[in-house]
Write a protein that binds this ligand. Structure first.
Ligand code: ADP
Ligand code: ADP
Length: 230
């Protein structure tokens, strides 16, 4: 039932910064986990380990029971199954919204253009973005760009979605529309791991909250317990 398991993870960067210490944690299927904690506490480093954007100095990372650190591990397949959305949207400015969403489907999943387009348009419709299909990123608001970036990830049919502060680069009035996409994914029982400063969202919608401080996990609990006043 574990999608990810981290065992005794330590991460020290080349400059000597210790970003993670003694990390032992499991992320369960169909569970929405929020990682919270002060800036610099290691949240981003931890989530980036899960699709090998960082590698640990020590310890092991299992995905569906298999070590992703094994040199023979299929990282390309992994990255199609584990979607990631960042603070910055990373859309290609010279491609339409539709072509942005089609790109990895045709290049990585080797779908035909028409198959990819069918998937893309269906997802755009689900998230109320169909009228943006033929626009370009610079014609979109920040909130719309981020929702397109999420749709692009979902088009790969991922088993897990990782979000690293997806709302922190947005104007406040656009935060809600991105959070509502995550609500929809939660309702579809997607496995979600979210790094966020949106405490109220985490309290209301996360199944589990992981609190980090100075490179360590200091508490893992349900929001009802974590946020209850003693
Ligand atoms: P958070 O996401 O909680 O803000 P990070 O995981 O980004 O924390 O950072 C944890 C610590 O690691 C911080 O001290 C940060 O400055 C440091 N750090 C992050 N990335 C690097 C890097 N590439 N090289 C050196 N230090 C880094
Ligand atoms: P976040 O907002 O996710 O915590 P940061 O703004 O701390 O990220 O870092 C942005 C980028 O800079 C990341 O790729 C991170 O790995 C890198 N970085 C952060 N701190 C350092 C550092 N002390 N030395 C080198 N790179 C760093």
């Amino acid at each position: 039932n574990n999608v990810f398991e981290l065992r005794n993870i330590h991460k020290k960067f080349k400059d000597g910064t210790v970003a993670l210490k003694n990390i032992n944690i499991q992320f369960k299927a169909s569970t929405f986990t929020a990682l919270i904690g002060p800036s610099g506490s290691g949240k981003s480093t931890l989530i980036r380990l899960l699709n090998s954007l960082e590698t640990p100095t020590e310890g092991d990372i299992l995905y569906l029971g298999e070590s992703i650190l094994n040199p023979k591990y299929d990282m390309i397949k992994h990255r199609t199954e584990v979607g990631m959305v960042f603070q910055s949207f990373n859309l290609f400015p010279n491609l339409s919204v539709l072509d942005n969403i089609n790109l990895a489907q045709t290049n990585v999943l080797k779908k035909s253009k028409s198959e990819a387009t069918e998937t893309s348009l269906k997802l755009l419709e689900t998230f109320g973005l169909l009228e943006k299909a033929y626009q370009y990123p610079n014609q979109l608001s920040g909130g719309q760009k981020q929702r397109i970036a999420i749709v692009r990830s979902l088009a790969m049919n991922p088993k897990v979605m990782l979000f690293d502060e997806p709302t922190s680069a947005l104007d406040p009035e656009m935060v809600g529309e991105v959070l509502s996409v995550m609500k929809t994914l939660k309702n579809q029982h997607m496995t979600i791991i979210l790094v966020t400063h949106e405490m109220e969202f985490a309290r209301l919608f996360a199944d589990e909250i992981v609190v980090m401080d100075q490179g360590e996990i200091i508490e893992v609990n349900e929001p009802e317990v974590l946020f209850s006043n003693p």
